[in-house]
Design a protein around this ligand. Structure first.
Ligand code: FMN
Length: 182
């Protein structure tokens, strides 16, 4: 599957079959994340691959009440938690160098989208899950100081036909030369 097809056809998957993910496919999606660009190549991302059912159940309990991805965390055979080493992205010699502060959310987001698209190209579903009590997730995963939880995704074979969620038209979101100029 080419990149454009994966970008166009990918959907968030919230129901999964229990079938295991092949080790080579897991490796391939992690490799896709590893290849992502990052601030000064600082690669602040860290990934925790969770297969233990008890840990997945505890992670599902860290999602905010009513999060539609809750069942997916226990249904999918694998959950990948995306974490970040803080104080690297957006820093130069230990000092923040833009008005955005730490860029870890940005770099981890890029890496995770690489992972998500690679998964889709292999027939695997994912959904970015950010509506989570990150402190609780960090405790469950025993993250050390300086490492924060960013998001997680289930990874597995879809057990639903995900609905198509519409996007804004380009005419609404793209401007030329100056903001507001169409
Ligand atoms: C940063 C981020 C956080 C998200 N968090 C959640 C979440 O906690 N629970 C959930 O069900 N979906 C979550 N989503 C999925 C979005 O709801 C979904 O991508 C959006 O509705 C578009 O649908 P699509 O992915 O099927 O195109 C998140 C997506 C992103 C990018």
């Amino acid at each position: 599957m080419d990149v454009m097809q994966a970008i166009r056809e990918r959907r968030s998957v919230r129901h999964y079959k229990p079938d295991p993910v092949k080790q080579e496919d897991l490796q391939a999606v992690l490799e896709a994340a590893r290849c992502a660009p990052s601030w000064a190549n600082t690669q602040c991302w860290r990934f925790v691959v969770v297969r233990d059912p008890a840990t997945k159940a505890r992670l599902a309990g860290a999602l905010n009440p009513g999060n539609p991805a809750t069942a997916a965390i226990t249904e999918a055979p694998v959950v990948i938690a995306a974490c970040a080493e803080t104080g690297k992205a957006g820093f130069k010699r230990g000092e923040v160098c833009t008005d955005k502060g730490d860029w870890f959310m940005f770099d981890v987001g890029i890496a995770m989208q690489n992972l998500v698209l690679a998964a889709w190209s292999l027939g695997l579903g994912t959904v970015h899950v950010g509506l989570v009590d990150a402190k609780k997730a960090a405790e469950i995963l025993e993250l050390p100081p300086g490492i924060v939880f960013v998001e997680m995704t289930p990874l597995g074979y879809p057990n639903e036909q995900p609905r198509i969620v519409p996007r804004k038209e380009l005419s609404e979101i793209v401007f030329y030369d100056k903001y507001g100029r169409r």
